[in-house]
Design a protein around this ligand. Structure first.
Ligand code: BG6
Length: 482
């Protein structure tokens, strides 16, 4: 049942995207606006602006994105040509419940995903579905203050139940919240808005933001657990995972304070997974909340739900690693203001300042296995880079192939040498799409080039990059030929 690479024969090779970053059709067929629809375009140095509503004269790249909404047949066909076994995308919450608190779902939205999943199955491609990928209904942000409100649990659960029932026979692999741990960086406006629909006026004290983060996270974790339980009742064959952004934090030196501090930071980044896998809050966090006098609203029923709704597998993204340095003044408490981060002299960086660290992926797989003993699924990995189109239309992207080859090698080592139970690998942005953090098209991840620029201009034509043929070969040989 394994190949020469050591990967199982049924290994889920594929690619990953998210609805808001590729679909476009932001108000088509009854879809409502989401938080992603009020984010302007930014750059490596300028953050995206989050406006109150859609404002005239501003450019919102997610509105049309790459118009997958109208091109999906052509795109799925290209995925099939690469040999995809699975395709990870999300269901835009606002296609199904345009306002989030609607009593009835929008049939046209449900129908779109029926058609998309049927198209995948035509080619033997298994959909892998994230329920909430940075796409909270804007109405829930305005009316309820996002995930600050307990009421949002019910709205999410209704959305999850609707999807599980409708797609009971067409989707087997699910994830609840994309990169739920991003909000550990509670000083970052983009991450708070995309994770939890939390939007702040300038000058909001850090302590208030941190308190919101714990409250919103608690409600999300309860919603996630309830969804897992309901999903299993609807179809016991469902595999439902969580989804985290796994960024290892290395100690900058062998100084014991640095080592202990790095350990604490890794704990801080991973407590969401502790809850989603173990069904309870870790000891250190209970103490931390007490010590800092954070008192999130949490009931006995909530804790029971957390215990009953633990996940089947851990889905995670891996792009880069970070390094940290202990400082006397802050002690072992990590504050996401960048002051305790350190430059790792051993690692190169991308044009967007992300470290390139293939061995970090093996570290991630080993670390997660040792700590949780669950099947793992790498649902994002990749290099955002500027591509150049030659006169004949080809795109030579050896830098992307290099990046992916080294990461796939690290992943194979983790399986073959370390015994990691890995379900699959879906590199991010398998077709060029709108970057989440910057809103740019020019930060490209795809095997498939899409002719759209940072202003939304272009022919929207699709073409195969060199990496397309490389990945096709990797899948064909089940990782035997990198
Ligand atoms: C992850 C997200 O954070 O990283 C994706 O789940 C995102 O939505 C990806 O696109 C890459 O980040 P970026 O900002 O380069 O698009």
């Amino acid at each position: 049942t394994t190949s020469s690479s050591g990967l199982p024969k049924n290994f889920l090779w594929g690619g990953a995207v998210a609805a808001h970053q590729l679909e476009g059709g932001w108000d088509a067929d009854g879809k409502g606006p989401s938080i992603a629809d009020v984010m302007t375009v930014g750059s490596a140095t300028t953050p995206r602006e989050i406006t109150q509503d859609v404002e005239a004269g501003k450019y919102y790249p997610n509105h049309n994105a790459i118009d997958f909404y109208h091109h999906y047949k052509e795109d799925v066909k290209l995925f099939a040509e690469m040999g995809f076994k699975c395709f990870r995308t999300s269901i835009a919450w606002t296609r199904i419940f345009p306002n989030g608190d609607d009593a009835e779902p929008n049939e046209a939205g449900l129908k779109f995903y029926d058609d998309l999943f049927a198209e995948c199955h035509r080619y033997g491609i298994e959909p892998v579905i994230t329920l909430s990928h940075f796409e909270m209904p804007l109405h829930l942000v305005h009316e309820y203050g996002g995930w600050r409100s307990r009421k949002v649990i019910d709205f999410f659960v209704r959305f999850a139940r609707t999807c599980f029932e409708r797609y009971r026979d067409s989707v087997k692999y699910w994830m609840t919240f994309n990169e739920i741990d991003n909000q550990s960086d509670y000083l970052n406006d983009f991450l708070m808005a995309t994770n939890s629909g939390l939007v702040y006026p300038e000058g909001t004290p850090a302590k208030d933001r941190e308190a919101d983060m714990f409250q919103a996270s608690h409600y999300e974790l309860v919603a996630s657990a309830l969804a897992v339980k309901i999903g299993h009742a609807i179809n016991p064959d469902f595999e439902i995972g969580n989804m985290i952004n796994f960024t290892p934090f290395y100690a900058i030196s062998a100084k014991p304070e640095d080592v202990l501090f790095a350990h604490k930071v890794n704990d801080l980044r991973n407590w969401w997974t502790d809850v989603q896998v173990n069904g309870e809050y870790p000891e250190w966090l209970v103490k931390y909340l007490e010590r800092e006098d954070f008192r999130p609203d949490a009931t006995e029923e909530d804790f029971q739900a957390l215990r009953e709704g633990t996940v089947d597998y851990i889905g995670f993204s891996y792009y880069a690693s970070n390094a940290v340095q202990y400082d006397e003044q802050s002690g072992y408490a990590f504050k996401p203001d960048g002051k305790q981060l350190a430059e790792n002299p051993y690692l190169p960086k991308t044009e967007w300042g992300w470290t390139v660290d293939p061995l970090g992926l093996r570290f991630a797989l080993d670390w997660l296995t040792d700590r949780y003993h669950k099947p793992l699924f790498i649902v994002e990995n990749g290099l955002g880079a500027v591509d150049h189109v030659e006169d004949d239309g080809s795109v030579h992207d050896p830098y992307r192939v290099d990046y992916l080859r080294q990461h796939v090698q690290a992943m194979i080592d983790a399986v073959r040498l370390d015994g990691v139970n890995l379900m699959g690998y879906t590199p991010w942005g398998c077709i060029d799409l709108v970057a989440a953090s910057t809103g740019q098209m020019s930060k490209r991840y795809g095997f498939i080039y899409v002719d759209v620029d940072d202003e939304g201009k272009g022919s929207f034509a699709r073409s195969r990059k060199d990496s397309f043929y490389w990945y096709q070969q990797v899948i064909k040989t089940n990782g035997g030929n990198l």
